[in-house]
Design a protein around this ligand. Structure first.
Ligand code: HMG
Length: 393
């Protein structure tokens, strides 16, 4: 059984999501790159990928994900704002500060940005837990994961790009997922994926990175079992960081290798519902695990009390395995994120249109640019850049 070391329940009370209004069908990309479409659909396990227009960035995506879930009371009670991203817009100033202003959040708050590749949001979530556990007067923490995954045109990683943001309100007596302690974590300096300051596209040792993901999973899952005496069958679902669904599936197969057929089939069925949105959005880096959680909450048929096991991995690299228990209002609370509408209103791009958008970048020489509205449904947009400062509306 999972050991509960904390008597007070702390965890995710609300989840919001945003992804851009444009997407690329990976069957079209396969055709353009002279690749068998089944390689992308089955071999990689992705159907579509979100494409970021010039009037969106990680700040606007984070604000667009957060605004629909935050009531006025939430905005005034949040006293910690954690912005997790590996595609931040500034080397110094935290995205959390832009978010605080755009959303009208409490100013008696700590606000900062956190980075460790796709692990950042998990670091933020665990920090939110610790903050609430340590400060009885503190009520709410906002953890937002926002990223754009860019590898470059005609690269091996191109098929695993994407963009989006997941916003999580962390509270006591959470209505979606109560987090459990202890957790298991492991870190080691490796070069599997990185993005130097001078590059707006990532570098990856593709195959090596997938091997490291699976190695870290093995280490933290083993450690978690030792620490908590948990068994695989204690969980109703296993969730993974999803850079592309095939790798999550490999993680699942590794964890369930010794299980009976019925258990394997049960976890596989849950995995498929937990990756429906990831298949359509692509890698959103640090939000990907939490997009998978949202997919499971909205598309799965789990019941309150179900235990979820979550594997977070951020290249470089840090891995963590942790658990949570679904709370009685998880179904209604997870509907706050209207993912179906966001996906339904997206516009499909041709490969030529995608390539054009991909090449559009902001000036880096201090010149002024005004950006006419591109995103028709977004509440927050980037309207331009002037004097090296991004302008938001
Ligand atoms: P690749 O070289 O294009 O693909 O790179 P491949 O040749 O290895 O093929 C992929 C799979 O498709 C293989 O299956 C093939 O057999 C299969 P597998 O052996 O893996 O089971 N295949 C087909 N299947 C059906 N029909 C066909 C067919 N042809 C081939 N006709 C790679 C793939 C993922 C390496 C590349 O896309 C890449 O470099 N991506 C970026 C790196 C990445 O996503 N790494 C993941 C682990 S690191 C991580 O998760 C962290 C990350 O999110 C960043 C962060 O932490 O911030 C990336």
């Amino acid at each position: 059984m999972i050991e509960e070391m904390s008597l007070e329940k702390i965890g995710i009370d609300k989840i919001g999501f945003y992804t851009p209004e444009f997407y690329l069908d990976l069957a079209d990309l396969a055709q353009a790159r002279a690749v068998d479409p089944n390689k992308f659909k089955i071999g990689i396990g992705q159907d579509e990928q979100a494409v970021l227009p010039l009037d969106q960035d990680v700040v606007t995506m984070a604000a667009n994900a957060s605004a629909p879930i935050l009531a006025p009371k939430d905005r005034s009670e949040i006293d910690l704002i954690i912005f997790a991203s590996e595609s931040g817009i500034d080397q110094s100033k935290a995205g959390a500060l832009y978010l605080q202003r755009l959303l009208g959040l409490n100013q008696s708050a700590r606000a900062f940005e956190i980075k460790e590749a796709c692990y950042g949001a998990t670091a933020g979530l665990q920090m939110a837990y610790d903050h609430l556990a340590a400060h009885p007067d503190s009520q709410k923490v906002l953890v937002v994961a926002a990223d754009v995954a860019r590898y470059g045109l005609e690269t091996a990683g191109e098929v695993t790009q994407g963009a989006g943001a997941v916003s999580m309100l962390v509270t006591r007596a959470p209505r979606i997922l109560a987090l459990s302690q202890p957790t298991a974590y492991f870190s080691e300096e490796i070069m599997d994926f990185w993005r130097p300051n001078y590059s707006d596209t990532a570098f990856a040792e593709g195959k090596y990175s997938t091997e490291q993901y699976l190695r870290f999973l093995e280490i933290v899952w083993h450690d978690y079992q030792q620490k908590t005496k948990t068994q695989l069958t204690d969980f109703a679902a296993l969730l993974f960081h999803i850079p592309f669904t095939k790798l999550g599936l490999k993680g699942l197969c590794q964890m369930t290798a010794d299980a009976d057929q019925e258990t394997k089939a049960r976890f596989l069925q849950v995995f498929e519902t937990a990756t429906i949105y990831n298949r359509q959005v692509g890698n959103i880096y640090t939000g990907s695990l939490y997009l998978s959680l949202l997919s499971l909450l909205q598309k799965g048929d789990l019941s309150a009390g179900a235990k979820l096991g979550l594997f977070s991995y951020g290249s470089g690299a840090v891995g963590e395995f942790f658990a949570g228990e679904l709370q009685s209002n998880f179904e209604s609370m997870s509907q706050l994120a209207d993912v179906e509408t966001l996906l339904a209103q997206r516009q499909k791009l041709t490969v030529a249109e995608y390539e054009r958008l991909f090449k559009q970048t902001l000036p880096i020489d201090g010149s002024t640019l005004t950006i006419d509205p591109i995103s028709q449904h977004a509440q927050f947009r980037l309207t331009g850049i002037s004097g090296h400062q991004r302008q938001y509306k």
